[in-house]
Write a protein that binds this ligand. Structure first.
Ligand code: CA
Ligand code: CA
Length: 485
């Protein structure tokens, strides 16, 4: 069922894509104007400047209004009446007469994933300008016409020779994987090809994978180190493997240094989330299809933080062309792109913002397939209206992890069931929340009405007790029936 609809979408997407990015000729043509029909009259014999004038005269003599007689091809562009055309067609030197077909500029198409996450709506607020995104991958096709204006440069860390080289010939992409990911993040919004999630973000090719698509941990760690040293905002890592102490330390260090790390969960359905995605310091991304259903190729697990389009993703590939690929590798750059939009919008806590604005899918609240949900660019670039830094995230197993909550904290609960049985670690409260107490009215996010499963926010208000913070009025409501522990 899933497979069937995916295949159908692939062929549909491929058809639409080809129609738009290939050099399109419109089969309609200009006609019906008062002075006749626009045609190209082809002649037998050689081309040349001298004979071009003679051919001009022939067409004129048949009543044609000549626009140009070509010397690089034996043909004349002219406008003639239907009657004159019929007569000219019989001229012994005329080889053919064809319609002067209208040519159109190559068009840009918006990949389905870009629309699915509602990036075009977000562009009214943010386009990722000034945000630096490193693509740790097989390199980027440095002269791709849909990427080159957005590429700030790159660096090469594969192997020992040319290590650290910033020469484009070294970080150029042969395999195509990195170029594809780069296009999803920031393909240019122009008249050709595709457009990325954050079309004004700055791309950096950090080549840590070789032309076969694999790389060593040491090269990856070098790439991460380069990101820290070069003030990269977001590191997009569409690869994975097993955990090593060095990789984990490097991710933790980069995260602490302020680099937002995003990585693909892995391409093994039912299999565990790979590394670096599974580290706490990294956002793990699962892949969804155009129906917002988890892709059959996506790894899943408790570390999945967000979901994004990863099936039949059309993007840039080397040689100035485009191709469809799938995998959590394609989902990861969607999240990196949304993160760039959020950063450029000036929202401080990007990771929390991505979590709370994601579209919850599957089981209510955070789950092993979609994490907090599928990223939503339009919601993510909206100012949350309060300081997210005061937010304490409580996973479903929070009491076991010993999270403590203090007065003034905002607490984010990701599960309705969890809320009903929560005991905050400060030992002050056991919360009993009948569904008819619970509501939420943050306009651009959720409106949680009684009985509706979803994501809840509430907190310990400044005056003490447990309350609901009303984002619409910026006021606390202390809930009256809290039963002390
Ligand atoms: Ca484009
Ligand atoms: Ca969910």
């Amino acid at each position: 069922m899933l497979r069937h609809s995916s295949t159908r979408f692939l062929s549909m997407a491929a058809a639409v894509f080809c129609l738009l990015v290939l050099f399109v000729t419109d089969m309609s043509f200009a006609q019906g104007e008062s002075s006749g029909k626009r045609v190209l009259v082809g002649f037998k014999g050689e081309k040349g400047r001298q004979i071009a004038q003679q051919r001009r005269n022939i067409v004129s003599n048949y009543g044609g209004k000549v626009h140009h007689s070509f010397h690089i091809i034996p043909a004349v562009s002219a406008r003639l009446s239907e009657k004159a055309l019929a007569r000219l067609k019989e001229h012994p030197q005329v080889a053919y007469i064809e319609d002067d077909v209208i040519m159109r500029a190559e068009a840009q198409t918006t990949p389905w994933g870009i629309n699915k996450i509602d990036a075009p709506t977000a562009w009214g607020t943010s386009r990722g300008a000034g945000v630096h995104v490193a693509i740790l991958d097989t390199g980027i096709d440095y002269d791709h016409p849909d990427l080159d204006d957005n590429i700030d440069g790159g660096v090469y860390f594969v192997g020992l020779i040319n290590d650290g080289s910033t020469n484009p010939l070294h970080w150029d992409d042969v395999r195509g994987h990195g170029t594809h990911c780069a296009g999803t993040v920031a393909a240019e919004d122009n008249t050709i090809g595709v457009v990325g999630v954050a079309p004004e973000a700055r791309l950096h090719a950090v080549k840590v994978l070789n032309d076969s698509g694999s790389g060593s941990t040491s090269d990856v760690v070098q790439g991460i180190e380069w990101c820290v040293d070069n003030n990269i905002d977001i590191a997009s890592m569409s690869f994975g493997g097993s955990s090593t102490a060095s990789l984990q330390s490097a991710c933790n260090a980069a995260n602490s240094a302020g680099v937002l790390l995003v990585s693909s969960a892995g391409n093994g359905y039912g299999g565990p989330v790979g590394y670096p995605a599974a580290y706490n310091s990294v956002i793990a991304v699962s892949a969804t299809d155009s129906s917002d259903v988890i892709a059959g190729l996506s790894s899943t697990g408790p570390q999945v933080e967000l979901a994004a389009p990863g099936v039949n993703v059309i993007s840039t590939v080397p040689g100035g062309t485009y191709a469809s690929k799938q995998g959590t590798s394609m989902a990861c750059p969607h999240v990196s792109g949304v993160a760039a939009l959020v950063m450029a919008a000036g929202i401080a806590d990007v990771r929390t913002q991505l979590r709370i604005t994601a579209v919850d899918l599957g089981a209510p609240g955070k789950d092993n397939y979609y994490g907090y949900g599928r990223v939503d660019a339009a919601a993510a670039v909206e100012d949350p209206g309060f300081d997210l830094s005061g937010l304490v995230y409580m996973p479903q197993d929070a009491p076991d992890l010993g999270y403590s909550v203090e007065e003034g904290d905002l607490v984010y609960f990701n599960s309705f069931d969890f809320v009903q049985s929560l005991n905050t670690a400060t030992g002050g409260w056991s919360i009993h929340m009948p569904t008819d107490w619970v509501y939420f009215d943050w306009p651009f996010y959720y409106e949680l009405v009684p009985g509706t499963p979803g994501i809840l926010w509430f907190a310990i208000p400044p005056a003490g007790g447990i309350g609901v913070y009303h984002f619409s009025t910026s006021q606390w409501e202390v809930l009256p029936q809290i039963i002390p522990w």
